[in-house]
Design a binder for this molecule. Structure first.
Ligand code: FAD
Length: 328
């Protein structure tokens, strides 16, 4: 008999990542459908002070593993800490972020707990007590519904920026319990983390992304996308062709071998729309494509298409945005 639903948060550089709140909101819906309490797990260094924030998004009780050794994600340390908590309960489901670290953690946890993982899910339903999760497969060409066999624990990682995040309710207080941290000796350690201090919006959390492809023709031409992004408060992404050409860092790459993004608005500039690129941005809410070739495959995916030379269109569009903003 299940006694809870579990939501695992991701804590980095002194704050919960937004996807933690999306995951808690989604897990809350399932907990409500099953009439169960929602337990949160928060692991990190200094995470205890922030644990109450998970309550704002529906977590009833937060179990906190707070230790200096847990400042960075080290699988050998995180997995036993999280698994030992889950093993004490009989969860109906475990939710966690499908971030880079979350995907790693969820796969290891699923193996350790001998259960099935639905990775990178974009929808979860709980129908008559049965949990089902939808996830893209074959680089986004198909969508698969996953169900678990009787007795198996559904483990579900949620793609960032897709699930609805409920509004924070600061009056909602979660109970916070610190758990003793008994860490094994790890064979690996995180020596440090290099944080991007440029103030750039992180691609996976951006509401708007302006991405450039081979059509940009040179690294310096990305300046026009940077200007547009600045006006829109957007992040700048790139296709693999632009990254392979050395015009942008790999951290900007969107796609199958880059980042999976889900902004409200994705503007693809000089990008043809190869399946591997679509795998990374196909679930964006609105897609605008700027391409001089009317036959470019990106137009089959775009909500709005502009057939034009990008070097004419982007500066003119940026100017219009600037004018609109000055009159608002
Ligand atoms: C295993 C594997 C993994 C991959 N992973 C990724 C990935 O993660 N991300 C990714 O992006 N790709 C990935 N690729 C590569 C992918 O197949 C494509 O090669 C790549 O996406 C093409 O990038 P592009 O659209 O920028 O370039 P192109 O396909 O060359 O398209 C450039 C476009 O720019 C347009 N254009 C040119 N000049 C102008 C102009 N002046 N104005 C307007 N439009 C113009 C052209 O009409 C064209 O449509 C992967 C490939 C493989 C095999």
């Amino acid at each position: 008999m299940a006694d809870c639903v579990v939501s695992i948060a991701e804590f980095r550089a002194g704050n919960f990542r937004r996807v933690s709140f999306e995951v808690a909101s989604e897990a809350r819906k399932v907990a409500d459908a099953l009439n169960l309490p929602l337990y949160g797990i928060a692991v990190g260094c200094g995470v205890g002070e922030k644990a109450v924030e998970l309550g704002y998004y529906g977590v009833d009780k937060v179990f906190v593993a707070d230790d200096a050794a847990l400042e960075n994600y080290v699988p050998e340390l995180y997995v036993p800490v999280v698994a030992s908590l889950i093993e004490q309960w009989q969860p109906a489901a475990v939710f966690l972020p499908a971030s880079v670290d979350g995907k790693d953690l969820s796969a290891r946890l699923a193996a350790r707990l001998q259960t099935g993982l639905a990775q990178d899910c974009i929808q979860v339903v709980c129908d008559g007590g049965v949990i089902k999760a939808k996830r893209p497969i074959f680089a986004g060409k198909c969508l698969a519904w996953c169900e678990w066999a009787d007795g198996a624990l559904p483990m579900i990682s949620c793609r960032p920026n897709v699930m609805d995040c409920q509004a924070a309710d600061a009056t909602r207080q979660a109970q916070v319990e610190k758990v003793p941290v008994d860490l094994p000796e790890a064979r690996s350690q995180a020596l440090g983390v290099e944080l991007d201090t440029t103030g750039k919006v992180e691609l996976t959390e951006a509401e708007i992304i302006v991405s450039g492809g081979r059509g940009m023709k040179a690294a310096e031409n990305f300046a026009i996308l940077e200007q547009l992004a600045k006006e829109l408060g957007a992040a700048v992404g790139a296709s693999r062709a632009a990254v392979d050409a050395g015009w942008r860092p790999h951290s900007d790459q969107v796609g199958q071998t880059g980042k999976v993004v889900n902004p409200n608005l994705y503007i693809a500039v000089g990008i043809s729309g190869a399946i591997q690129h679509l795998a990374g941005m196909g679930s964006s809410k609105y897609i605008v494509a700027v391409n001089k070739d009317p036959e470019a495959p990106i137009f089959t995916k775009a909500d709005y298409g502009i057939v034009e030379d990008l070097f004419k269109f982007i500066p003119a569009f940026t100017e219009e945005v600037r004018k609109m903003k000055s009159t608002c």
